[in-house]
Structure formats: C-alpha cells, structure tokens
Write a protein that binds this ligand. Structure first.
Ligand code: DGL
Length: 286
C-alpha cells in the first residue's frame, strides 16, 4: 500500500494508538476529546483478539510487530491503549523503541490509571478488574506500590467479560459476570475500583450500581490522555495547528465488522478503516 509522505515537521505527525480490537476506542475517545487538534492512527489487532488469555511472550511479540508498523508510518508517539499489552509488554516495547533511531516515546494505560486510583482512595483499599493476562503480569500491583506502598490491591481476573461485552453489552449474562466480579471487591471493602480493561468503561453504570454509589470508579483513558498531553508538551511535540485533527483506523481483521462494532466504543463517527498485514518475521529478543 503506498504511503502518504510523513510530514517533515515531527509535531505534525500523528499519534499511534493500538489495541487488541475495538475496546481501545474507549481510550482513543478520551484522546480525541482531550487533544482535538492532534491526528491519530489507531491500529486494532482484531484478527488476534482477545489478548486477555495470551502469554507475556505472545503479547511482547504482537506489540513489537504493531509498533514496527506504526513507526514505519512515522507516528510521533506510541500509545498502548490495551491493558493486557501494556501490562505484559510495556518494558520490552519501551526498550525497543528507545533503540530505534527515531526514539519514539511509549505511553501505556497501566501507570496513569494506578496513579489516579492512589489519589482517589481514602481507605487505602483499591480493587482491579482486568483480563487474566493483566492480572498475571502484576503490572497494576507494581504501579500502585510505586505510587504508594501502603495502598492494598484486590485483583479480580475476568476471563470472558471483554468478549461478552462485544457480543451484547447490557444483557443478563453480562450482569451476572459483573456481579461475580464485584463480589470479592465488595467483600474487601475497596472504595476505589480500577477498570483495567478497555471494554469495561461501557459497563460503568452497571458496575456503579453493583459496587454502590460511594465507590470511585477509575478508568484509564482520561488519565492516560493527560499523560499523553504532558509528554507532547515536554518533548515539544504538540501540534501547532488550531484546526481539528483527523483520525483513521487500521485493522488486522475485516474492516466492516470493526467499523460496525467500533462506533459503540468510540462514541464518535468511525471514519476510514483499512486492513493491514503485520510483519510476521519480527521476533522479540527477550
Ligand atoms: N484491550 C484488551 C484489554 O484491555 C481487551 C481484552 C482482550 O483483548 O482480551 O485487556
């Protein structure tokens, strides 16, 4: 596929965002709201969704392949919108990106959400709902510990919830899973719950009703968007444009169902979607 030449000025290049599929569009949504002048290119690895049951090695390999594709398209910053990928692969990915001559910064969803949760809790008891890969990585636990070693974390791995949300967001099956997932959090008397998966912001009303109105629900999109704003400012990479930026989509799967399902997650019109083939040769040096 012929590439449009990248703008010479790094400030004018797009921000690359990636996820395992449509879920990360809840994160892109926050970026589009917070940074309306920036251009974005969002890559969805829909062909390999879900990432939640994957191993760290797989998630590192997938993330490297996607990063390579986005860097080839001359993004000025790489955002890992997927919790499973960020939790498992961020250290390896950051190391790899620092080795590229372009020196692209990588920002992922775990740390901003964890810091926000530490700031929000009063009783020092935080809960996490996430995929098995994210819980197994220990990344949220580490990030919370780094922000405040006195804050305790109760983690609940939800094996099927993201897939259930994609099938039907608001049915009784999802509600039953939400009740099961929230039971240990209620028992632990957490006052703050991190939604550690891109799909869960769609369940916010259901979760708030199940957890009770006094529990603070933290999703990663908004704090991540603030981090992105900070890094653009610190690196002198914020666009100087004053007009609205553009956003477009790449998927490893079929573009039509991505566009159909995606609008619900993005809550904005979903414009051009192209299919992309990632470089299968790329392997990670662990
Ligand atoms: N984006 C993924 C995450 O946040 C959604 C779930 C999945 O791919 O399993 O973990």
């Amino acid at each position: 596929v012929p590439q449009a030449p990248a703008p010479a000025e790094p400030r004018d290049r797009p921000i690359g965002v990636f996820d395992s599929g449509v879920g990360g569009l809840t994160v892109l949504h926050e970026l589009l709201v917070r940074l309306p002048q920036e251009d974005f290119v969002y890559l969805a690895d829909t062909a390999r969704f879900p990432y939640g049951p994957r191993t760290r090695a797989e998630l590192e390999r997938f993330s490297m392949q996607i990063a390579e594709e986005l860097v080839r398209r001359r993004v000025k910053l790489l955002v890992v919108a997927c919790n499973s990928a960020a939790a498992a692969a961020l250290p390896a990915l950051t190391q790899r990106m620092m080795q590229t001559t372009l020196g692209v910064d990588v920002i992922g969803v775990v740390r901003p959400g964890a810091i926000h949760a530490v700031a929000a809790t009063h009783n020092g008891k935080v809960g996490l709902l996430a995929t098995p890969a994210t819980v197994a990585s220990g990344a949220y636990r580490e990030a919370l510990q780094a922000a405040d070693p006195h804050v305790g974390l109760t983690e609940v791995a939800c094996p099927d919830l993201a897939q259930q949300i994609e099938r039907a967001t608001f049915d009784d099956e999802v509600l039953a899973s939400v009740r099961d997932a929230c039971a240990p959090l209620r028992a632990a008397q957490v006052d703050t719950v991190i939604l550690g998966c891109t799909h869960y912001p769609l369940l916010r009303p259901m979760l708030q009703r199940t957890l009770g109105p006094d529990v603070t629900i933290v999703s990663s999109g908004a704090p991540l968007a603030r981090s992105v704003e900070h890094v653009l400012g610190a690196r002198g990479l914020a666009t100087t444009r004053t007009t609205e930026g553009a956003y477009r989509f790449l998927t490893t799967g079929d573009p039509a169902p991505f566009a159909d399902a995606g609008t619900r997650f993005l809550q904005l019109p979903l414009t051009s979607v192209d299919q992309v083939t990632l470089n299968p040769a790329l392997e990670v040096v662990a």
